[in-house]
Design a protein around this ligand. Structure first.
Ligand code: GUN
Length: 285
């Protein structure tokens, strides 16, 4: 087969979104006499988290968002962390609060995340924002699923009516992804560890989102010819290469469009975080 999929360039679309954010941040700063602010909290020193946090803070600097760094030791207590969240909730210079996950064992992540003011919940993880998305009146939307929707829109994809399969049912990606696709008018299937026949669910899909965190979990031969494939996985292969959850080489000649890893959904996630920060700032001001 000579056909090959359109590569969905998340890096390029993310750059466009960041450009929009930069313009909005400058206008906000002029109007309100202060830059929009994002507090980025990291507890402990998980190496992957440190990379993400560094990238998020750098992206803020580049777009005119003021970032407030809070790096706490993994030994921080529940009361102290809740105290910081309360302080950030009350701080008028802070429009968004990002609590990098995972939190160290011993802290109840749900309790900490639930304490964040929903109006500053730029991750869109608070049950309040999840509930609004479920009720088709989204406010602050989880960055990765929102990034998938924005990327599809930039390529002119019409999602309404598509059969969509989401592989993975996490609170961070799979579940909100299903809600976003439902909002966009897809007929949605969500696969998880209880799914009996993953191949059959993927084979039916005109749009596939893979969000499991396991290389090669979605086999290329399962991809329906012409399907749009969004690979959210970022995994380190045995040879040290970054790979997604989809067997990319095998999927490429079948898919209609596919996101590469890296350079696909990863950059979109950070861009949507910045966009959410502006949404939060403008809504609060
Ligand atoms: N850890 C992995 N992904 C994310 C994310 O999108 N937001 C936060 N806060 N933590 C994460």
């Amino acid at each position: 087969m000579s056909r090959t999929a359109t590569l969905l360039d998340g890096k390029a679309v993310a750059a466009k979104v960041r450009g929009e954010v930069k313009t909005r941040a400058a206008a906000f700063t002029t109007k309100h006499g202060r830059a929009p602010g994002l507090a980025v909290v990291q507890v402990g020193s998980d190496p992957a988290s440190s990379v993400y946090v560094r990238n998020k803070r750098k992206a803020c600097d580049e777009t005119g968002i003021r970032s407030f760094a809070h790096d706490l030791p993994s030994t921080v207590g529940r009361a102290e962390l809740l105290g910081l969240v309360a302080k950030l909730n009350a701080d008028d210079a802070v429009d968004g609060i990002l609590m990098q996950l995972p939190l160290p064992a011993g802290l109840d992540a749900n309790e900490i995340m639930d304490a964040i003011d929903p109006r500053k919940d730029v991750d869109g993880f608070h049950p309040h924002n999840t509930g609004l998305l479920a009720q088709k009146r989204p406010r602050l939307r989880p960055c990765t699923p929102y990034g998938v929707i924005r990327l599809a829109a930039e390529y002119g994809m019409k999602l309404r009516g598509l059969r969509a399969t989401v592989v993975g049912a996490s609170n961070i990606v799979g579940r909100p992804m299903a809600l976003e696709l439902l909002l966009a008018g897809c007929t949605v299937t969500v696969c998880h560890t209880g799914t009996r026949d993953l191949a059959a669910e993927v084979e039916r899909a005109e749009l596939v989102v893979a969000a499991v965190g396991r290389p090669g979990m979605v086999r290329g031969e399962w991809i329906r010819p012409g399907a749009a494939v969004f690979d959210v996985g970022i995994n380190r292969s045995d040879s040290g290469k970054l790979v997604g959850d989809v067997d990319f080489e095998a999927a490429l000649p079948r898919a209609g469009a596919i996101t590469p890893v890296p350079g696909g959904i990863g950059p979109m996630t950070i861009a949507m975080l910045l966009s959410n920060t502006l949404d939060a700032a403008e809504a609060r001001a």
